[in-house]
Design a protein around this ligand. Structure first.
Ligand code: KOT
Length: 809
């Protein structure tokens, strides 16, 4: 976009004045940010409009990514960057004596997701726009995002996240495109005069779905797609029926707050309401938009692809059937053909406790018409499958089982494509979790390894690294990520390695200053920064990390001259509020931090920093400063992981089990350039199968391990209630569900190798460079290109010389 600094300065002043009626010099950071955001949005708006018009004019096939979660992060900088305006804006503001970075920090970070699944959705939005593909997001505009985490005496406390307090400049309320969503009541079918069976409803709760649209700006290609988030309101014409504030609650609460569960399912009625609300509004608005295309309904799958992000939006299947049958008057067979060709589904977890199963009674009462349709889908499925595959497979794959609706089964049966998010994960789906379906429909299964957007996670989060790469290999890699491999040619170049070390040190100094500011802890930027940032979950094994730190602490106490490389162990993790065990792990880590950080015998050898309120903005500060990336989940449990990719792209060396996408990271970077430890997924499966694992035996036979575990309960760690006992119990007395003790020795060994390598700084830098240079395959641009080619069948709408183009990998 062509705008001069002079023009920008003039327009910024005007914008500010028109909003606040005084001069920018008197503005607060929030006000200045709001003015700047609206001005940038103004620059976006013409492209937004033109992109939409172009899609309609050319009858372009559109993808709708349905997700209960999106985690876009702050948008000012990324929007300005993708527009090509960031330098102009920075320069203009500095002419006015304003700091861009300071204003940017005033933006609220919309925490409308829990973790990996929501962030992936937002990386995908960025890549879709940057590839010039017609891809829209569809989700919920939660009034409160994921809780704000605070530590009080080392315990996690949850506070509401009121991200909309100072307004949200990026969204546009779109009153022209509202929809009505119906819940409950009675429904029956009657034949109309054309002979169609049409449903009649009575006593339904009617909820108005109001869309808020946010522009998704492509990287320098004039493409602006749409993220549509729905908000629940009372229909205007029904306002008179509501007499008290309390009576309006059941409506307003639908989009009030995001459920704070990551990889966990709770059968709460309100959650089901949220899911159907988002799905119904989204599907209605798609069908309405489709009418603009003026093509026969049977061609819907040629013009529309709906993606189901985990099972949460799986009601898309019966909802699309409902609209096609009840409102468009198609036959069941016609409607099914369209639905199945339109929908595709991604699975993100194999954890049993995360698989959604709604009680039939609940579904019937809340969504009577939808339930009728699910029942019919199930009946037809059983009828078709039974004669071909017999009883066992048929009942194991049915949608309705033992009084519940199995949402994964609904999603698989209703979709033409089912994918996992890393090779190992997809293999596990095919051979274990969805094995019977793989027998029924092998052609539906495919892998799509996750990816991340380098634009946010490298170009913007790590400008000094970006500049170094530019200096060495030119700027092509920004538009053609595969070019990054050219950087490998510098692995022996002293100048490059020194500069790379300098960049990392600079980033670490910046993070050290932030640590000082928010935690009051002094850390040495020359120490090794060891990072584990992700949701707190037993399968991710933050407690394995904890045991290793405790082990080092005990060794230092026993022998203060022990030769450990100084380390800062950095954590960022929220625990689901009802996940007691995860919260106990947080408390133990925090208490250990108090002990270690204040023990003069320890000094700089060991520091522990547990950041509060980990999220996208904090990740952007931590990741560029990381030396080691902890990816230590029990093999087979982490579907993919994406922090592993972000950390690698920023030059951290991975310390990993062979789980999720770690395996593919190893394959690309080479075995010598990361640290692998622990059981393989095969070994995990075997151990589970033959039930031979005895955690207590390990505790009793390994003296070092015993010392560490005993330190959890013998008063070594101060200020614990029963948290140390809880950990000890789960690991020793309840046989250690995630094989922490089993992997402990090999983890410690790998950590010692990390120390050894860190002592050779130029060798460390060389491996770091190879990691950076091997990270391009994890660009979400490639991931999206594969979704587009294999599943959605959509193509770029921009000229080949515009924006991102993917020559090869
Ligand atoms: C949450 C609830 C139900 C089912 C799945 C989830 C879920 C899975 N939430 N986040 N995930 C993560 O998704 C990421 C993106 O695919 C993966 O990288 C990560 O391994 C999952 O744990």
């Amino acid at each position: 976009m062509e705008i001069t600094v002079k023009q920008f300065v003039k327009e910024f002043k005007q914008q500010f004045q028109s909003m606040y009626a005084y001069s920018y010099e008197e503005g607060s950071n929030e006000q200045l940010y709001n003015a700047l955001g609206l001005l940038v949005k103004n620059y976006i708006s013409s492209h937004w409009k033109e992109t939409r018009e172009k899609y309609i004019k050319n009858s372009v096939k559109q993808v709708y990514y349905f997700s209960m979660e999106f985690l876009p992060g702050r948008q000012l900088k990324s929007n300005a960057y993708n527009l090509g305006l960031l330098d102009v804006v920075k320069e203009g503001l500095s002419e006015l004596d304003l700091s861009f970075d300071q204003l940017a920090e005033a933006e609220a970070d919309p925490a409308l997701g829990n973790g990996g699944l929501g962030r992936l959705a937002s990386c995908f939005m960025d890549s879709l726009a940057s590839l010039g593909m017609a891809g829209n997001g569809n989700g919920i505009r939660y009034q409160y995002g994921l809780f704000r985490q605070k530590f009080v005496d080392g315990y996690q406390v949850e506070l509401p996240e009121n991200w909309l307090r100072y307004r949200n400049v990026w969204e546009t309320r779109n009153d022209k495109s509202t929809c009505m969503v119906r819940f409950g009541g009675n429904v029956w079918l009657e034949e109309n005069h054309q002979g169609h069976l049409v449903p009649h409803y009575e006593n339904t709760l009617n909820v108005l779905a109001v869309p808020y649209d946010t522009p998704m700006v492509g990287y320098r290609n004039d493409t602006v797609n749409n993220l549509r988030l729905w908000s629940a309101e009372i229909p205007v014409e029904e306002e008179a029926n509501y007499h008290t504030i309390e009576e309006t609650e059941p409506i307003k609460e639908i989009t009030q707050v995001l459920y704070p569960d990551d990889s966990n399912y709770e059968g709460r009625l309100l959650r089901l309401k949220q899911e159907y609300f988002m799905v119904s509004a989204g599907v209605q608005s798609i069908i309405r938009h489709f009418r603009k295309y003026n093509v026969p309904r049977k061609n819907i799958p040629d013009k529309v692809a709906i993606h189901i992000n985990d099972t949460h939006p799986a009601l898309v299947v019966p909802e699309l059937m409902r609209i096609l049958i009840d409102e468009e008057h198609l036959s069941w067979e016609q409607a099914w053909e369209i639905t199945f060709k339109t929908c595709s589904y991604t699975n993100h977890t194999i954890l049993r406790e995360a698989l959604e199963k709604w009680p039939i009674d609940m579904m019937k009462e809340l969504l009577p018409r939808i339930y009728m349709i699910i029942e019919e889908i199930n009946n037809r499925f059983v009828e078709n499958t039974m004669p071909l595959y017999g009883e066992r497979i048929t009942w194991q794959t049915a949608i309705l089982q033992n009084g519940v609706v199995n949402m994964a089964h609904l999603a698989v049966i209703g979709s033409h494509s089912v994918n996992g998010v890393a090779k190992l994960h997809t293999d596990i789906l095919m051979n274990d979790v969805l094995k019977d379906f793989f027998e029924l429909y092998p052609e539906r299964f495919n892998n799509k390894t996750n990816g991340i957007t380098q634009r946010r996670w490298v170009h913007l989060a790590n400008p000094d690294l970006t500049q170094l790469i530019d200096e060495k290999i030119g700027e092509n890699w920004k538009l053609t990520p595969s070019e990054l491999k050219v950087f490998k040619g510098f692995e022996k170049d002293k100048d490059t390695l020194n500069k790379l070390t300098d960049v990392k040190l600079k980033n670490k100094k910046r993070l050290a200053a932030h640590i000082k500011e928010v935690k009051g802890i002094t850390v040495d930027p020359n120490a090794l920064f060891d990072v584990q940032i992700k949701r707190l979950h037993a399968y991710k094994r933050q407690h394995l990390n904890l045991l290793h730190i405790l082990h080092r602490y005990l060794e230092i106490k026993e022998n203060p001259s022990v030769d450990y490389v100084p380390r800062v162990f950095i954590f960022g993790a929220k625990a689901a509020p009802s996940y007691h065990y995860a919260k106990q792990i947080i408390k133990v880590i925090n208490s250990l931090a108090d002990l270690v950080n204040n023990d003069p015998d320890v000094g700089d050898k060991l520091k522990i920093v547990f950041f509060e309120n980990y999220g996208v903005s904090l990740a952007e500060k931590i990741i560029p400063a990381a030396d080691i990336s902890e990816q230590i989940s029990l093999a087979s449990m982490e579907a993919s992981g994406t922090s592993n990719m972000k950390l690698m792209a920023n030059g951290a060396l991975t310390l990993a089990t062979l789980d999720g996408a770690n395996i593919e990271i190893r394959d690309f970077v080479g075995e010598d350039n990361l640290f692998v430890f622990g059981l393989s997924s095969k070994e995990v499966y075997k151990l589970k199968e033959n039930q031979s694992y005895q955690a207590r035996e390990l505790y009793e036979s390994d003296q070092k391990l015993k010392n560490v575990l005993d330190a959890l309960t013998n008063g070594t760690i101060p200020n614990l209630q029963d948290e140390g006992y809880a950990l000890f119990d789960s690991l020793v007395n309840f046989n250690d569900e995630y094989f922490v003790l089993k992997d402990f020795a090999s983890y410690v060994e790998a950590q010692n190798k990390v120390d050894d390598l860190y002592k050779d700084q130029s060798e460390w830098a060389r491996k770091s460079l190879l990691n950076i240079a091997s990270s391009a395959p994890f660009s979400a641009d490639y991931t999206i290109q594969r979704y587009a080619d294999d599943i959605w069948k959509v193509r770029s709408c921009v000229e080949e010389d515009e924006g991102v183009h993917l020559v090869d990998e």
